[in-house]
Design a binder for this molecule. Structure first.
Ligand code: CA
Length: 367
């Protein structure tokens, strides 16, 4: 199509433009400017997460030539952190940033789009979203809430957490007071632990004063900044409860649908770029932070014993199955997730896993 025919067709500068607007046909190229608000569940200046939301807004502004500007507010600045879902759903604001497992109370199925204990890692989650049915199912799950979700990137495998007593067997979880959210928390509770949900800002004090015996947070990069090494002796791995936690961007469906196609695709592309950027930040910074924790702060890095992981996995399977039975959508999402896990897991065993085994053998982690 020649440019002038194209312009004619979309009706730029002609009476057709007014007609197209009247009948509600979506424009292809943005003619007017938009100003949106994005609220997040993150504290101000939180590296990667809040930074990522602000970076996304800047990218969209630049890519759209200033036609879509998004003002980003950290958790509590405009809306309480966990009010994000409702605020975007109702159209109080047009966009949000968080993690889908925060919204389990709205629809159990949301948890699968963020973290499933012993579930998919970052690579597997990305494959499920963009190469499998993951994103389609996520859109379907959010549609009744007038929301359009977009994957916001992964933290990678998280750490198992900070403990003041060793975990030698599953019975060591009995009576253990641990800050651990989501499905992982349900698994710890099933193992006999007491799950405490502490806001991020209070975790350190609670750990230091013995209000909790253990906590998990994210990975070395974020945990180092929280100073947990001053309040706990042992740093356990791997984060079986959050093997590839995905973050999210969400948009009010009416606001998203009202955008011309070019701005919609700019939003989608910028989200996907942010997805890659986010994982890269974690991968680029976690290793160095782990070395600092071990060499400078003398943290004892411990791996969960094999039998403990085996026992936790059994409990996790029971928890996931019980959660999946709660709603029709959760049953559907879990069935697709489990099937996908089997398929990509088989490939991962002969690709990434085999490769990591060689790396570990020849270039072990320096202490
Ligand atoms: Ca975590």
């Amino acid at each position: 199509m020649k440019r002038r025919d194209f312009l004619k067709k979309v009706g730029v500068g002609t009476a057709a433009a007014a007609a197209a607007t009247t009948i509600g046909a979506p424009a292809v190229i943005a003619k007017k400017s938009y100003r949106w608000k994005m609220v997040t569940t993150w504290p101000p200046k939180l590296p990667v997460l809040q930074d990522g939301a602000e970076r996304l807004a800047k990218r969209i502004d630049t890519l759209s030539g200033g036609k879509l500007k998004i003002d980003v507010y950290a958790g509590g600045e405009l809306i309480p952190p966990l009010g994000t879902f409702d605020a975007v759903s109702k159209g109080t604001v047009q966009a949000g940033s968080g993690a889908a497992y925060y919204w389990a109370g709205k629809e159990t199925a949301t948890q699968w789009f963020s973290a499933v204990p012993f579930g998919l890692n970052a690579q597997g989650m990305s494959a499920w979203f963009h190469g499998g049915n993951g994103l389609k199912l996520w859109e379907e799950t959010y549609a009744p809430f007038n929301l359009v979700p977009r994957p916001g990137g992964s933290t990678g495998v998280q750490m198992g957490g900070w403990f003041n007593k060793k975990i030698n067997s599953i019975s060591d979880y009995k009576g253990l007071k641990m800050r651990i959210p989501g499905l992982g928390g349900k698994v710890v509770a099933k193992a006999g632990g007491t799950v405490v949900l502490t806001p991020g800002g209070e975790i350190f004090t609670n750990l230091e004063r013995g209000v909790i015996d253990a906590t998990e947070w994210v990975g070395p990069y974020h945990d180092l900044r929280m100073g947990f090494y001053e309040a706990a002796k042992y740093y356990y791995y791997p984060g079986w409860h959050e093997p590839g936690t995905y973050l999210e961007y969400m948009f009010n469906k009416k606001a998203y649908d009202s955008l011309p196609k070019d701005l919609q695709q700019i939003v989608d592309s910028a989200c996907m770029e942010s997805e890659q950027w986010t994982l890269a930040q974690f991968d680029a910074n976690n290793g160095a932070a782990l070395q600092t924790l071990i060499t400078k702060h003398h943290v004892q890095l411990l791996r969960f014993p094999e039998q403990v992981l085996k026992d936790l996995r059994k409990l996790a399977d029971e928890v996931v199955e019980a959660e999946a039975a709660k709603t029709k959508q959760a049953t559907k999402v879990n069935a697709d997730f489990q099937n996908f896990r089997k398929v990509v897991g088989t490939w991962g065993t002969v690709s990434e896993r085999a490769y990591y085994d060689i790396i570990q053998k020849n270039y072990p982690l320096s202490r």
